[in-house]
Design a protein around this ligand. Structure first.
Ligand code: TPP
Length: 550
C-alpha cells in the first residue's frame, strides 16, 4: 500500500569511490527500486549494467512511452518511485507522454535518459535535442547528472516524485559522465524526506459545524486523498452515514456497493445526473478533491469547501473556502465524535436512476453478435474477485467502466483521467500485475487504444504478467464518433477497418478468444482467472449502444 514519502534508508558508507552510473544505481537501491522499465540505446548500457549488478531488474519494453506508463503504476502500487530508462534523442522524446501522464495523473515517475555530452562540438547535431528544456515544463525537477551532483540530484529527483502531489522528475546522464568516478560522500546527505507538518487548525470543528447546518451534504473524494487513509475515511463515513461520490482515479477508496455511494463524478457516464446531484447538494465537501480529473467547470462555479492535504496536480490551490489539513488527523477527530445530525439518504433518487442505467441492457443475446456495453461490465463484475485491479484505456468504454465498475477495495482502479491519454490501459495493467502478482488484473480497452501498443502483450508474456485484457471492439474511435454526431457533423475520420485482435494477441504469445455473448465472456474470463492465466478477449460492441452513456 502507498504510504507516501521515501522510506528512511541507510546506505552503508563506502570508502571507495564508484562511477556515476554506479552511484545512480546505489541511490535507486536505497530508495527501494527493484525494477527499472525501459528500452536501451548504446549510451545507457553502462547504467543498465550498473543496475543489473546491484540486483535491479531491467524490464525491457517495446516503446518508451509504455515503459514510463508501466513504471509509474508499478511505482504507485509498490509505494516507491517508478523508474523508466531510455536512450537520448528519440528514446528521450518518446518519454513525453509518460511524463505528461505522471504529472496530471499524480503518479510517481523518475525518468532517466542519456544525453549528448556537453563537450561534443556543436556541429555534432545527430540525435541532439534540448532534452532538459523539452521536458522541464512537464516535471517537478529536471537536472543533468554528473560526477559532482549525482547523489544529490538522484535523491532530489526521487523526493520530488514522492512528494504530494506525486509526479514526475527527469534526469539526464551522458555516456561521457556515466563512467567517471564520483567521489561524493554519502554520510552528509539525508535519505529521509521531512514532511512538513500541515496546519490542521480547527478543520474538524469547521467541517462539523458546516455539516450540522447541511441537509444534503455530499463528500467528494479526489486524487489528493491517499489510500493510506481509506480505513479512517470508511470509518467516518459509515459512522456518520454520509453520502459520498468519488472521482474515477480514487475509485475503491470507498466500497461502491454500499448504500451511501452516490456515484462517480468527473466526466464519466451519467455525467449530467452526477452534476444534478452536485447541484442538489447544499454542502459539497472536497476531500482531497483535485479538479485535474474534471472536464467541466462546476468545480469553479459551485461552492465547494475544500479540505486538502496538498496542492492540486499542477501545484496550485483552488480559490475559495480552502482548509489545509492532515487528512488522517481530520478523519480520526471526526470519527471520535457523533454525527451532528441524521441525514436520511438525501440522494436516494439519484442513486436509483443510476442503478436503472447500470442494469439496462438487451439481454445476453443482441442477435447480431454484439454485447451491450453495460452487460460487459455486469458480467465481469459478477465473476472478478474484489481485489481485482481494473485498468481502462480512454474512450467510451472508460466512461462506462469509470461510472459502473463496482470497486470495493482501495488501489484497484487505474485510468488516465488527468491527461486522458489513449494507450494507457495495457501498460498500466502490466505495471499493476508486476507490482501485485497475486491480484487479478483486468484491462478494459477500446480497439483503437489496443492498436496503439498491443505489442506490449509480448512484454507482459516475457515477464509473466498474466493479465486479462478485454477489447471492446467497434471498429471506431467511438467516443469521438459520438461527439461528432452530437455536434451535427457528418461522420468522418472516426472509423477504421478491423485488425484481428485474436491473431494479434496470439502472435504475442497470449491465449485469445472472440466472444459474442456476456455469458461466454464471463465463462472464458472466469476460467482463465481460475487458472491464473492471461487472456485477451475481443467483445464486439455496437457503437450505438453507447448512446446515453457517453
Ligand atoms: C493519445 C490520444 N489521442 C487521441 C485522443 C482523443 N480520443 C479520446 S477517446 C478516443 C477514441 C478511443 O477509441 P477506442 O480506443 O476505440 O475506444 P472507444 O471510444 O471505442 O471505447 C480518441 C481518439 C486521446 N484521448 N488520446
Amino acid at each position: 500500500m502507498w504510504v507516501g514519502g521515501l522510506q528512511s534508508v541507510t546506505i552503508a558508507e563506502r570508502s571507495e569511490t564508484v562511477t556515476v552510473v554506479e552511484a545512480i544505481a546505489d541511490e535507486l537501491v536505497a530508495a527501494g527500486v527493484d525494477r527499472v522499465f525501459g528500452l536501451p540505446g548504446g549510451e545507457v548500457l553502462a547504467l543498465i549494467e550498473a543496475i543489473r549488478s546491484r540486483g535491479i531488474e531491467f524490464v525491457l519494453c517495446r516503446h518508451e512511452a509504455d515503459a514510463g506508463l508501466m513504471a509509474a503504476v508499478y511505482g504507485k502500487l509498490s509505494g516507491r518511485v517508478g523508474v523508466v530508462l531510455t536512450t537520448l534523442g528519440p528514446g528521450a522524446a518518446n518519454l513525453t507522454l509518460a511524463l505528461a501522464n505522471s504529472l496530471l495523473d499524480r503518479e510517481p515517475l523518475l525518468a532517466i535518459s542519456a544525453a549528448t555530452p556537453t563537450s561534443w562540438p556543436l556541429q555534432h547535431t545527430h540525435q541532439r535535442l534540448p532534452l532538459l528544456e523539452m521536458h522541464r515544463p512537464l516535471v517537478k525537477r529536471a537536472e543533468a547528472v554528473n560526477r559532482f551532483n549525482v547523489r544529490r540530484a538522484v535523491r532530489g529527483a526521487i523526493a520530488a516524485c514522492l512528494e504530494e502531489p506525486l509526479g514526475p522528475a527527469y534526469l539526464t546522464v551522458t555516456a561521457e559522465d556515466a563512467t567517471q568516478m564520483s567521489g561524493a560522500p554519502l554520510s552528509n546527505i539525508s535519505n529521509t524526506i521531512e514532511r512538513p507538518s500541515l496546519f490542521s487548525g480547527d478543520a474538524a470543528q469547521t467541517l462539523r459545524q458546516k455539516l450540522a447546518a447541511a441537509e444534503r451534504p455530499l463528500v467528494l473524494l479526489g486524487l489528493g486523498m491517499r489510500s493510506a487513509n481509506a480505513g479512517r475515511l470508511r470509518a467516518w463515513l459509515d459512522r456518520w452515514h454520509l453520502p459520498v461520490a468519488v472521482t474515477p482515479k480514487v475509485k475503491g477508496l470507498v466500497d461502491e456497493t454500499r448504500p451511501n455511494f452516490v456515484g462517480v463524478v468527473g466526466g464519466m457516464s451519467l455525467d449530467e445526473l452526477m452534476v444534478e446531484a452536485l447541484q442538489q447538494s447544499d454542502l459539497l465537501i472536497g476531500l482531497g478533491m483535485d479538479p485535474v480529473e474534471l472536464d467541466k467547470r462546476w468545480h469553479a462555479e459551485l461552492p465547494i469547501s475544500w479540505f486538502l492535504e496538498s496542492p492540486m496536480a499542477t501545484g496550485i490551490l483552488p480559490s475559495g473556502d480552502v482548509h489545509l489539513c492532515a487528512h488522517a488527523d481530520l478523519l480520526d477527530e471526526l470519527s471520535r465524535q457523533d454525527a451532528p445530525r441524521i441525514w436520511d439518504d438525501p440522494f436516494a433518487t439519484i442513486r436509483e436512476r443510476r442503478r436503472a442505467v447500470a442494469e439496462r441492457g438487451t439481454g445476453n443475446e443482441q442477435g447480431d453478435g454484439t454485447v451491450a456495453p453495460t452487460e460487459i461490465v455486469r458480467a465481469l463484475a459478477a465473476i472478478m474477485p474484489s481485489n481485482t485491479i481494473v485498468t481502462t484505456d480512454v474512450g467510451s468504454h472508460k466512461y462506462l467502466f469509470g461510472q459502473f465498475w463496482p470497486n470495493r477495495e482501495p488501489e484497484t482502479f487505474f485510468m488516465s483521467n488527468g491527461l486522458s491519454g489513449m494507450g494507457y490501459g495495457l501498460p498500466a495493467a502490466i505495471g499493476a500485475k508486476l507490482a501485485r502478482p497475486d491480484s487479478p488484473v483486468l484491462a478494459a480497452i477500446g480497439d483503437g487504444g489496443f492498436s496503439m501498443n498491443s505489442q506490449e502483450l509480448e512484454t507482459a508474456k516475457r515477464y509473466g504478467a498474466e493479465i486479462i485484457v478485454v477489447v471492446l471492439s467497434d471498429n471506431s474511435y467511438s467516443l469521438i464518433r459520438h461527439a461528432q454526431a452530437s455536434r451535427g457533423l457528418p461522420q468522418y475520420g472516426v472509423d477504421f477497418a478491423p485488425i484481428d485482435t485474436v491473431r494479434t494477441a496470439e502472435a504475442c504469445g497470449f491465449q485469445a478468444a472472440r466472444v459474442s455473448t456476456a455469458d461466454e465472456l464471463a465463462e472464458r474470463v472466469s476460467a482463465s482467472v481460475g487458472r491464473g492465466e492471461g487472456l485477451v478477449v475481443e467483445v464486439p460492441v455496437d457503437v450505438n449502444d453507447y448512446r446515453g452513456l457517453v
